[in-house]
Ligand binder design. Structure first.
Ligand code: 5GP
Ligand code: MG
Ligand code: MG
Length: 179
């Protein structure tokens, strides 16, 4: 896989340090509570797995699958719930965990849907954000890194289903998209 990589944007060591920092903040902010972490499949699986082990509280996790992208690299603006939560979030402290916020359309749809279920609190933790691409306003309480307007892969993020298992956050060579 590494021969397909043009550039390592954020090395694994920096990602791990950031996730530890986010976990510590969440631990402090949710003291005495039992938060429900809601991961957005499939990209958030890796950050969710590392993040939860850095939260020193009893917490639960659940997943949703929402689609606004096909296998390509541009937003369709079409959002569908492919898999809903197993848990009832009414009265729960819900923390949505995302890999990356691009236009924000996916997450803003998800937040509306979750808010309607009357959680006790509802916050966002996103590892990455591309501020230059934002189309809707989102209040992201726990943010990892801002990235430039480039298509990134690794640490859960895919291109056409591949590269999720790269430990670093990377930019692919142009020829990979062309093939
Ligand atoms: P949004 O609705 O914010 O435009 O898109 C969010 C979703 O699009 C992310 O959760 C992710 O699945 C996908 N996405 C956006 N930008 C990138 C990117 O640079 N790389 C990858 N692999 N996926 C992205
Ligand atoms: Mg995602
Ligand atoms: Mg994807």
């Amino acid at each position: 896989m590494m021969p397909d990589v043009k550039e390592v944007l954020i090395p694994s060591s920096e990602v791990q340090a950031k996730v530890r920092e986010l976990g510590a903040r969440i631990t402090e902010d949710y003291e005495g509570e039992r938060p429900l972490l809601v991961g957005v499949l499939r990209g958030a699986v890796v950050v969710m797995s590392d993040l939860m082990r850095n939260i020193d509280l009893p917490c639960e996790l659940d997943f949703m699958d929402i689609s606004s992208y096909g296998s390509g690299t541009s937003s369709s603006g079409v959002v569908r719930i492919l898999k809903d939560l197993e848990e009832d979030v009414t009265g729960r402290h819900v923390l949505v965990v995302e890999d990356i916020i691009d236009t924000g359309l996916t997450l803003s749809y998800l937040m509306r849907s979750l808010k309607a279920r009357k959680p006790a609190s509802l916050e966002i933790c996103a590892l990455l954000t591309k501020p230059s691409r934002r189309k809707v306003d989102l209040d992201v309480k726990y943010l990892g890194f801002e990235v430039p307007d480039e298509f990134v892969v690794g640490y859960g993020l895919d291109f056409a289903g591949a590269y999720r298992n790269l430990p670093d956050i990377c930019i692919l060579k142009e020829e990979v998209f062309a093939s």
